[in-house]
Write a protein that binds this ligand. Structure first.
Ligand code: FEO
Length: 373
């Protein structure tokens, strides 16, 4: 189902909308793979009826029980009275708890079900993105239905990724929040996809992949294993431009080392964007003004987002300004160390002035000089 007007998904900014892919396999036992959210049921059932009488549907595969793919499932089951849900054991528990659904057949890892000319084979992949997740493989077609893995939150400008442009940042932002916090699990799913060598890769979000699917697999692989690029994120909260000027001075030092700078005003940027830029930067600098003896409370939103990707040891500088109570920088340093970032230097300036201003470019040099592994 297409959602071109959607501008937010799980807090991710989605300037080109969203989509929730649901597939019909027309075979002796007609099968639906992945569903949709309740608000899209009318459009979904309308599309289905254009192809088949819903009473003929035999199976509904639930690769992932989250609401965007199952919110309409109770109504879908009413419309498809002979259909049986196929899902993992944990999936069955979630569907019962969330919707009271019991018309379920539990499938196990590698189990196969013949639907006519084709076979469905299931690969259990817990925690991609929830504990019940699995992928479905049709070997005769070399089709892999991968759930949230390999998705992009974007509307169906085309059904096929090779007919769409500029998807990388959309994929990055979606994957950073939805998949990367479970990287250890996602890597197993990626390895399974590499092993299966599909010709068609069908995630639950965004465009579909055909023929050359190596690009999306390798991009996800990079985000999960080694996301850092030769750039430094400098994120700051500033009211009277003093902390902003410190950020810009650090940026000069980074650029002197030939690295790219991503300068972000945290008051103006989406949290998931900041999270994604931190994930893909080799080092970061965070700066804050002081308010009531502390850093600006917006960092109480930023830092938990950074924590989701737990990039322990990431080289970090902390800087900021104060008028009469020099404690925002020390507290922000403590907070960043608390999530495992390696704070290599700090600068705290009264009203943004003082000799230490001259150290900011050196700090930028240090961050820009961090070597990519
Ligand atoms: Fe697309 Fe985790 O739901």
């Amino acid at each position: 189902m297409d959602n071109p007007q959607g501008r937010d998904f799980h807090g991710i900014s989605t300037p080109r909308g969203g989509s929730y892919n649901s597939f019909l396999i027309e075979d002796k036992s007609p099968t639906i793979i992945d569903g949709t959210n309740d608000v899209f049921f009318d459009a979904w059932i309308g599309s289905l009826k254009e192809r088949i009488d819903p009473s003929k549907i035999r199976y509904i595969v639930v690769n992932h029980a989250e609401n965007d793919h199952t919110g309409a499932l109770p109504t879908i089951l009413d419309a498809c009275p002979k259909a049986e849900v196929l899902c993992t054991k944990t999936g069955s528990e979630i569907l019962k708890a969330a919707y009271g659904i019991e018309r379920v057949r539990v499938v196990s890892d590698r189990e196969e079900i013949n639907i006519g000319k084709r076979t469905l084979q299931f690969f259990v992949t817990p925690m991609v993105h929830w504990p019940e997740t699995m992928m479905t493989w049709i070997p005769q077609e070399k089709m892999l239905f991968s759930g949230d893995l390999f998705g992009t939150e974007v509307s169906h400008e085309s059904m096929w990724a090779d007919e769409m442009k500029d998807l990388e940042i959309l994929t990055r932002d979606y994957a950073t929040l939805v998949i990367r916090p479970f990287a250890h699990a996602a890597i197993k799913g990626i390895d399974k996809a590499i092993e299966l060598r599909p010709d068609h890769l069908f995630p639950t979000h965004g465009p579909l992949y055909r023929d050359d699917i190596s690009g999306i697999i390798s991009y996800y692989d990079k985000l999960m294993r080694k996301p850092e690029e030769d750039k430094v994120l400098i994120a700051y909260a500033s009211v009277w431009h003093e902390t902003q000027k410190m950020a810009e001075e650090i940026a000069k030092g980074v650029e002197e080392k030939g690295s790219k700078v991503v300068l972000v005003d945290v008051f103006k940027e989406n949290m998931v964007k900041i999270m994604a830029e931190s994930l893909t930067s080799k080092a970061v600098a965070l700066g804050s003004l002081t308010i009531i003896g502390c850093y600006h409370p917006i960092f109480e939103a930023v830092i938990p987002f950074l924590k989701l990707n737990a990039q322990k040891g990431k080289k970090t500088a902390v800087f900021g300004t104060h008028g009469w109570s020099p404690c925002s920088v020390a507290k922000l340093k403590e907070k960043m160390e608390g999530i495992g970032y390696d704070v290599i230097d700090t600068v705290d300036l009264r009203f943004g002035k003082g000799e230490d201003f001259n150290r900011l470019k050196e700090i930028g040099n240090m961050l820009g000089g961090v070597k990519l592994e």
